[in-house]
Ligand binder design. Structure first.
Ligand SMILES: Nc1ncnc2c1ncn2[C@@H]1O[C@H](COP(=O)(O)OP(=O)(O)OP(=O)(O)O)[C@@H](O)[C@H]1O
Ligand SMILES: [Mg+2]
Length: 1109
């Protein structure tokens, strides 16, 4: 491990610790500070006290690297830094379990608030990490911007002056991780809300809100961005150089969110801030009453109205509260009017109260958030950042209170560093020459003495009946404090001030430890009373706004308290008293802040100003005491406990008294005798270096000890581990052996079983063989016996069977014999009757069977079905055929009964055709399957034949194309043939012109061949009108139909003359005057399938018809 040899003394500019300053004088002290300040060394020690000179510029000495550098290092090891003090305090809190407090003092603008933030950020950086811890740290750090926005303001001394006192306890757990914190605030300078001295501003939040809030937010808050619109905001210094109010507003809002403010809480807070601004704009005018007194009235009610809307207050209630005042005494209520001045007073009192109560609520709310959750015991580090000592041109009650607080802090500093130190030397019997120092206890007494202190006088005046004014208070002081050497007043009986013109009549002066301050008594009584008219607090309580209602609990009519509240001075004194008691229980760490110039500028070191501060802070005395005394002291027991490892005789245990042990230790370490002294209960070490020496030796020794402990621990660990392994090995081995033996035993056992089973098998097989042999022998004997018995039995059986057969033969022969005898005897009776009966019965049975069989095998109902079951007996032949006929007729009848009239007509025609042509003309067979369509030309529908159709009167029964055979050459010409009930018409196919119209009665007969052709001749009555040109020889594709129809018309005509149909292959046709024979011959195959007609000679026309297939 690297040994750190760096020291405070290395590369030192001037002297880092004033204790080492040579020669020691005020000049050298200030010169040392200046020299260091010029070299950017703003921190200097006086022993363990840190002097911090405000650099007024940002320095690169607060980086994370610096934090690491100072972390866990001894105080004097590195050059002076606030981090060294923070580290020292944090480590003694964490390691030695001592509660700490960090007291930061100095005048306004000296850098106290900055120093407190640096301490907090250092502690946050070095303490534990983790999600929860980081959240706590973040909340603690972010409470600062919130409090600064509401509690800080620009003053002539400081652009970010704390106008309240703050003491923050940070709580840690045993590991040094932060758990939470508690903030106490002290007396906010609330008079600033309504009035600011020249060159100063109101609290930051007002300016931040107006500059940084969005237009929307401002609209909601009924605010205007222009500062000049608000009476409570001073305008001459509204804008501060280097202060970005808008950006700060965003920071504050963000910080509020981190700290844990709800969105509606932030909104309520901003509403209250806006209400204060609005309140400042309310103005009053006098209104004369009939009794001659003046009464105040609100001038322009707009601001009042807006404010009431913001806070949810009824306007009339607040308006009345500004005009009247109700005084309650002994169950009596008296209402008096307020004049304009009183109304303004009431308005300002309300604004001040509203703001200061809001501020206290914010602190309480932050405390709620940062409160430590764990109930375990915790260590505390308190950081005190209180308003610095201040002297203004015009000092009032606030400055008096602030300076009183600083007096108290100085007192505690003196108590703990100077007086206690000296007293301790005396107590411990250490040789010591007394050092003179100024003890400010006398000033504290002047202010806080219970009987005749200034605060007691003020309270007395405030509570006294009768007319009380600031002047009566001053008179009282003049009488009571006249003799006090630190009290000065013009009206004092002390004659030396009578002609002191620097001391006005309305003032008194106190000679504080830090200088003389002139206080103007005006307002002391009022501010101490801090009264708010009850009407106003009641008006506020009536507000429909949760936060404001909460801030004015005394306004609740149910809780009217006629007792006066404690005065401001009294409260402050009490809280300062509590703070002082609290600080005394903790280990103090001091940071003394010094302001180098009045210009808030860097690089300027005004010696007179610094000298003044050095004096009143008592720093010289501090150094002197430190130098004359001893840097370090410790009780013998803890000292021996801490360093006993440095000497063999004291390590590890010293049995005798602790002091002797320390003596032995120091002797053994050969520390020079002048470096330390033995007190009664403590050892005093003169020089820090001796302490460093001891610490360094201890650190080395601790390293050795750690190595030793490590060695022993490792040995123990290895041994334990080895023993454990050994023990385990035995257990493992035992288990393994057991397992191996089990395995071996199992193997032997199974081998034995195998051998045994083989042996047993062999024995069993041997036995089986023997038994089988024995059994086979037995079976053989049995078989032989069986065969023998069988043979015997069969022989017996054969014999018995033979016997039975013989018996049966005898019986049969006997029966036959008997039968023959009986038949011979009864033959004559049997034949006469039985034969006929048997015959009838047999026939009846056969008929029954025949009919039943026929019923099952009947053919289908189709009339053309030729099937009929076969005849079973020849004698049934006739019956069978008759039944077939009957059945056929019956199914034909059934078939016919389904016909419609048209269908019937068609079939009748077909029937007629069959009667005419069947077996007579070869063409008939092919016509059977063709339906008789009649009108092949669709003459009535076809427009082409419309004319032709109209020329025929009757209904056309047949319309077809036919060939008219030329008589001269036998060639055909196409004609349309129309057949009606009365005529046969031949017409030209193309023109539809009627060529011939033959009345049916003129027809005698029709001739056709027997062959497969469509030729037919229409023979006409000789002498009739149609017969002029002779008969017609035509050929038609529908010959059978045409002739049938012609024949049918003839048979159905009324005159009843039938048309003859001649069917022969040769017939005569009358052509004009000639008779020509038309002869049909079987055509040669070369003519193809077509029918050809040729005129052979005058008398013969030969028609060649191809042989039908
Ligand atoms: N360490 C520092 N580094 C840089 N600037 C500093 C430092 N300390 C203080 N300052 C500057 O000095 C100004 C005043 O410091 P600070 O507000 O801490 O004074 P204060 O002692 O708290 O005064 P008051 O009593 O009025 O509150 C700061 O705003 C800052 O600009
Ligand atoms: Mg401050």
């Amino acid at each position: 491990m690297e040994v750190k040899t760096k020291s405070l003394l290395d590369n030192m500019i001037g002297v880092g610790d004033m204790v080492l300053l040579e020669p020691l004088s005020e000049d050298s002290f200030i010169e040392n500070l200046r020299k260091r300040f010029d070299h950017n060394e703003i921190y200097t020690y006086i022993g363990s006290v840190v002097i911090s000179v405000n650099p007024y510029k940002s320095m690169l000495i607060y980086t994370p690297e610096k934090v690491e550098e100072y972390r866990n290092r001894n105080f004097y090891e590195l050059s002076p830094h606030i981090y060294a003090l923070a580290d020292e305090a944090y480590r003694s809190l964490r390691d030695q379990d001592k509660d700490q407090c960090i007291l930061i003092t100095g005048e306004s603008g000296a850098g106290k608030t900055e120093a407190s933030k640096l301490v907090m950020s250092y502690v946050a950086a070095v303490c534990g990490k983790g999600q929860e811890v980081n959240k706590v740290k973040e909340q603690l750090l972010q409470s600062n911007p919130v409090l600064e926005a509401f509690g800080n303001a620009k003053t002539v001394r400081n652009d970010n002056s704390s106008r309240f006192g703050k003491y923050m306890d940070i709580e840690f757990d045993f590991k040094g991780d932060p758990l939470g914190g508690v903030i106490s605030n002290y007396l906010l300078e609330k008079s600033r809300v309504v009035k600011q001295p020249r060159g100063e501003r109101n609290f930051h939040i007002f300016y931040q809100l107006l500059s940084g809030a969005s237009d929307d937010t401002l609209k909601k808050l009924k605010l205007d961005r222009d500062f000049s619109k608000y009476n409570y905001l001073s305008l001459d210094s509204a804008v501060v150089n280097g202060l970005d109010d808008a950006a700060n507003f965003r920071t504050v809002r963000n910080a509020m969110q981190i700290v844990g403010f709800m969105e509606d809480e932030v909104q309520s807070v901003l509403e209250l801030v806006a209400a204060v601004l609005k309140l400042g704009n309310i103005e009053f005018k006098p209104e004369s009453r009939c009794n001659g007194t003046d009464e105040s009235r609100v001038k322009d009610k707009n601001d009042l109205k807006e404010m009431c809307e913001l806070l949810g207050i009824e306007q009339s209630v607040l308006e009345r509260a500004f005009s009247y005042r109700t005084v309650e005494a002994k169950m009596e209520k008296v209402s008096t009017t307020l004049n304009v001045a009183q109304a303004y007073y009431a308005r300002d009192a309300l604004a001040k109260n509203l703001y200061s109560r809001l501020f206290s609520w914010i602190v309480t709310r932050i405390n709620e958030s940062i409160k430590a959750q764990a109930k375990t015991r915790h260590k505390v580090m308190g950081v005190l950042d209180i308003y610095g000592f201040e002297i203004f041109e015009d000092n009032s009650f606030e400055q008096f209170i602030i300076n009183y607080c600083n007096e108290k802090l100085q007192q505690i500093f003196i108590e703990l560093t100077l007086r206690e130190e000296q007293e301790e030397y005396i107590r411990e019997g250490i040789e010591w020459t007394n050092i003179e120092y100024f003890n400010n206890a006398i000033i504290c007494d002047l202010i806080e003495n219970h009987q005749n202190g200034i605060l007691a006088m003020l309270d007395e005046e405030c509570l006294r009946p009768g007319t009380v004014t600031d002047e009566t208070f001053l008179d009282k002081l003049n009488t009571v404090c006249a003799e006090h050497q630190h009290f000065e007043s013009r009206l004092n009986k002390n004659s030396k001030f009578l002609n002191d013109h620097s001391l006005p009549h309305c003032c008194f002066r106190i000679q504080h430890y830090a200088g003389k301050v002139l206080y103007r008594v005006e307002g002391f009584v009022d501010k101490n009373n801090d009264l708010l008219y009850r009407d106003l607090s009641q008006a506020m309580y009536k507000a429909n706004h949760t936060l404001i209602k909460h801030l004015f609990p005394e306004g609740n009519p149910a809780k009217v308290n006629l007792k006066r509240p404690p005065t401001a001075g009294f409260q402050f004194k009490a809280s300062v008293g509590t703070l002082m008691r609290n600080l005394q229980t903790k280990n103090p760490n001091y940071i003394r802040c010094i302001k180098p110039n009045d210009k808030k500028a860097p690089h300027i070191f005004t010696e007179s100003l610094v000298c003044h501060q050095v004096r009143y802070l008592g720093l010289m005395e501090n150094v002197r005491v430190r130098r004359a005394g001893y840097a370090f002291r410790q009780a013998y027991e803890p000292c021996l406990e801490r360093y006993k490892m440095l000497c063999k005789r004291t390590w590890p245990h010293w049995r005798g008294p602790a002091r002797e042990g320390v003596e032995v230790l120091m002797a053994d370490l050969q520390v020079p005798a002048e470096e330390f002294s033995y007190g009664r209960s403590k050892i005093f070490i003169r020089n820090p270096r001796t302490l460093f020496f001891l610490e360094e030796r201890r650190r080395q020794c601790l390293q050795d000890l750690a190595t030793l402990i490590q060695k022993i621990y490792r040995g123990w660990k290895c041994r334990t581990h080895f023993l454990l392994l050994k023990k385990s090995q035995i257990v493992v081995a035992a288990w393994y052996r057991r397992y191996a033996q089990q395995k071996k035993y199992q193997k032997i056992k199974s081998a034995t079983t195998v051998v045994q089973s083989y042996t047993r098998g062999w024995q069993a097989r041997k036995l089986l063989r023997e038994l089988k042999h024995q059994k086979r022998c037995e079976e053989a004997a049995t078989t032989i016996a069986a065969y023998w018995h069988g043979t015997q039995a069969r022989m017996e059986l054969r014999r018995l069977k033979q016997e039975v057969r013989n018996k049966h033969a005898v019986t049969v022969i006997w029966a036959y014999w008997q039968g023959t005898k009986v038949r011979r005897e009864y033959r004559k009776f049997f034949r006469a009757n039985a034969g006929k009966k048997i015959y009838d019965f047999t026939i009846q049975r056969i008929m029954q069977k025949y009919f039943q069989g026929l019923k099952k095998t009947l053919p289908s109902m189709s009339p053309i079905d030729k099937n009929w079951p076969a005849r079973p007996y020849i004698f049934l032949d006739g019956v069978h055929m008759e039944l077939r006929r009957i059945f056929h007729l019956w199914r034909c009848k059934k078939y016919r009964s389904q016909f419609t009239d048209e269908k019937k007509a068609v079939y009748e025609e077909k029937l007629e055709a069959s009667e005419l042509f069947k077996d007579k003309k070869a063409l008939y067979a092919s016509s059977v399957s063709q339906p008789f369509k009649g009108d092949y030309l669709e003459i009535s529908k076809n427009p082409k034949y419309q004319k032709l159709n109209s020329s025929v009167d009757e209904k056309v029964l047949l319309a077809d194309v036919v060939n008219k055979i030329n008589r001269a050459n036998g060639k055909g010409t196409t004609r349309i043939l129309l057949l009606t009930k009365k005529n046969v018409v031949l017409a030209d196919q193309k023109t539809g012109q009627v060529k011939a119209n033959v009345a049916l009665p003129d027809l005698t007969s029709v001739s056709v061949s027997t062959q497969n052709d469509g030729f037919f001749a229409l023979r006409l009555k000789e002498g009739s009108a149609s017969a002029v040109k002779g008969d017609f020889l035509l050929s038609s594709e529908h010959l059978i139909e045409t002739i049938t129809k012609l024949h049918h018309i003839g048979s159905t005509a009324s005159d009843g003359e039938q048309l003859n149909v001649d069917i022969s292959d040769e017939f005569l046709v009358q052509f004009k005057h000639d008779k020509v024979c038309v002869k049909f011959i079987q055509g040669a195959p070369k003519n193809g399938n077509s029918v050809s007609c040729k005129r052979k000679n005058n008398r013969l026309l030969e028609v060649s018809v191809p042989a039908s297939a």
